[in-house]
Write a protein that binds this ligand. Structure first.
Ligand SMILES: Nc1ncnc2c1ncn2[C@@H]1O[C@H](COP(=O)(O)OP(=O)(O)O)[C@@H](O)[C@H]1O
Ligand SMILES: [Mg+2]
Length: 368
């Protein structure tokens, strides 16, 4: 049996850790570009990288693997381009570039006729004032780059907030102002595309956030209209094809009375897909590894209703979580800090009603 290519991952957080856990049984060795020696993924392979992104660190990382991927999109494109000059990187630079910048991302959605909340680019205080006039309040104002888990955002509710918002966010960065959407609920869809164009799509997840951070996903999204599901699948297929994407792609959506609006995309495995480790035939992590290595993709079927609860800020009591029938605890080896993603719990049940009971029991296990 010929050995599979080695996989180099930009980033060594929990997503890198779970990618490497999925790669292990396939005998795919992983290495990570990561400066923290105690990063979650470091137990699964060697880490390279230093705080100055030195040539030596990048060269060592380049030599450590045959195919490269990333676990987060906020990477310096120039670094990825240097790797891509000599070895394959999936998903490609086009996917990375579009997903890194909220204005480019929203422009791409428009180009592909994927509806979004109304938005305006903001480069000056006067742009923000004009956006408030044109779109009305409230506005969700976001930095165009480097935002995650609700960071780099400000909800402008009254005209008096405008200057404070500009002081808080605008001074350092370019911004996007979006209409505040009173959505029914948030959904996400994850698809994985192989090098040959083979595409598999996971059932949609219903997602609840707390302070901008994902708290709960339920899959398949309960009571989902079939036309809405097909619409979401159509949107993500348009993105995959346009970008010639290889690997996992996530699209976050708002479900409104008038249909779906696209919020943002991530060119990677996603927190709202962690349920798939136990809940799907083949997890998002394994399918991403398969896709970037050119292997056949696995089934995305979700045989039983499944939930994922994030462990945020404080660790739960292990025994208490594991006493809930069907529960699986995934901890990432991180120390506790307010709001930090320390792990997640998945649970499946035969019916949605039974799943709700399990979710309630698991919620009671989570401190805070
Ligand atoms: N235009 C909007 N209207 C209403 N809520 C929003 C809007 N944009 C973002 N949010 C809320 O903030 C959360 C985080 O915003 P998002 O754009 O997804 O940024 P992040 O990169 O931090 O995930 C969303 O999941 C949603 O709950
Ligand atoms: Mg988001």
């Amino acid at each position: 049996m010929k050995p599979l290519p080695r996989l180099g991952v930009f980033g060594g957080g929990q997503l890198g850790r779970m990618l490497a856990m999925a790669a292990l049984p396939l005998e795919v060795a992983c290495s990570f570009y990561e400066t923290q020696a105690d990063a979650p993924a470091a137990v699964l392979g060697p880490t390279f990288g230093d705080s100055s992104d030195s040539d030596a660190a990048l060269a060592a990382f380049l030599a450590s693997a045959d195919v490269f991927t990333y676990e987060f999109e906020n990477i310096d494109i120039a670094l990825v381009e240097r790797i891509a000059a000599s070895k394959p990187v999936y998903p490609g630079i086009a996917s990375l570039r579009q997903a890194q910048h909220r204005l480019q991302e929203k422009s791409l959605f428009a180009e592909l006729a994927i509806p979004t909340p109304a938005w305006r680019a903001v480069h000056a205080l006067s742009d923000l004032e004009a956006a408030a006039r044109d779109l009305g309040l409230p506005l969700v104002v976001k930095t165009t780059t480097l935002g995650y888990d609700g960071k780099g955002q400000y909800v402008v509710r009254t005209p008096a907030d405008i200057s404070d918002c500009w002081q808080t966010l605008g001074a350092q960065a370019s911004l996007i102002a979006e209409s505040f959407v009173s959505f029914r609920r948030e959904l996400s869809i994850i698809a994985v595309r192989g090098k040959d164009g083979e595409t598999v799509i996971y059932p949609l997840s219903e997602n609840q956030h707390q302070q901008g951070i994902l708290a709960l996903s339920v899959v398949p999204a309960p009571a989902l209209d079939d036309a809405v599901r097909r619409q979401a699948e159509d949107y993500i297929r348009r993105l995959l094809e346009h970008l010639q994407h290889v690997g996992a792609l996530t699209l976050e959506l708002f479900e409104t009375a008038d249909g779906l609006l696209a919020n943002e995309m991530a060119p990677r495995v996603h927190n709202s897909g962690h349920w798939s480790i136990e809940g799907a035939d083949c997890s998002q992590f394994e399918n991403h590894v398969r896709a970037v290595l050119g292997l056949p993709l696995g089934s995305t079927a979700c045989p039983r209703p499944t939930a994922m609860l994030n462990v945020l800020g404080q660790h739960p009591k292990r025994e208490q979580v594991l006493a809930v029938p069907g529960a699986h605890l995934h901890l990432y080896g991180k120390s506790a800090r307010p709001g930090r993603k320390l792990g997640h719990i998945t649970v499946s049940a035969d019916t949605l009603a039974q799943l709700q009971v399990a979710i309630a029991r698991l919620r009671a296990c989570l401190p805070g």
